[in-house]
Design a protein around this ligand. Sequence first.
Ligand SMILES: Cc1cc2nc3c(=O)[nH]c(=O)nc-3n(C[C@H](O)[C@H](O)[C@H](O)COP(=O)(O)OP(=O)(O)OC[C@H]3O[C@@H](n4cnc5c(N)ncnc54)[C@H](O)[C@@H]3O)c2cc1C
Length: 242
Amino acid sequence: MKSGTDWAAKVQYKRPLEDVLLLYQERLKQNGITLVRGEATAEWVVKQKADFVVLATGSIPFIPPVTGLELIRSYDFGNAIDGEVRERNVAVLGGGATGCETAEILMHQGKNVIILEMLDQLAGDLGNVRPLFLERMNEIGLQVYTGTRIWEIQKDRIIIQTQGKVRSLEGIEALVISCGVAPNNLLERQLQNSGVQSISVGDCRKVRNGFWAIRAGFELGMSFGAEQMARGAGSFGKAQRS
Ligand SMILES: Cc1cc2nc3c(=O)[nH]c(=O)nc-3n(C[C@H](O)[C@H](O)[C@H](O)COP(=O)(O)OP(=O)(O)OC[C@H]3O[C@@H](n4cnc5c(N)ncnc54)[C@H](O)[C@@H]3O)c2cc1C
């Protein structure tokens, strides 16, 4: 699985985020922290017999119910950013910041892309930087349908309701779904009743953004340090399961 930062760094103007990832890898080495690659299962975590486990498992794409979704090739935004979309004519469902960035990446791959956004505005989640972002979307010539919902997917066409009118979009070969993310709390749920003491931090606790996740991780680490000093190594009794 990729982290949110891995995906964010694929957008041209966020490339410096790759440096952040490299920096963290370096810091792990410097601090003698062992990095074990691969997916941790609940069984594996239990076997480690750790005094305490911090879960920072991030988020997973949210896939909304869409009538007829099985009739079209569909991808979540993560797969799309990773270059898995083979089709040329693509609709991106969801025009938040991630949907727009995914659309930009697909356009750079030479695809014809349209965005379908149910709200009347694009990237409403962006706050102060939104005007700059919209300028960029304008420059790259992103084709957008706002105030638009998918009514139904039929074989060879997508029926949409746009600005109150029903329309049929033909020739769309693939749908990329970018309708937000939900906390990835699978491991937390699997570890319940296992006797393992754990705490969740970052997006797997509450989806926000990178700055907040890094801050939350830092504060958690610092609180462990303080508690360790006060009580001696291995006792983090006060931390609560989220
Ligand atoms: C496309 C995109 C663009 C974004 N752009 C920005 C931005 O510009 N600015 C900003 O501040 N934020 C941005 N964000 C949000 C930001 O990336 C996240 O909020 C942040 O990465 C959350 O950090 P985290 O450590 O909680 O989770 P993540 O960074 O998602 O890391 C979770 C990690 O846990 C791993 N994992 C999950 N389950 C297991 C398991 N069972 N075993 C082992 N490993 C596991 C995953 O593979 C992943 O590497 C963006 C997110 C996306 C998706």
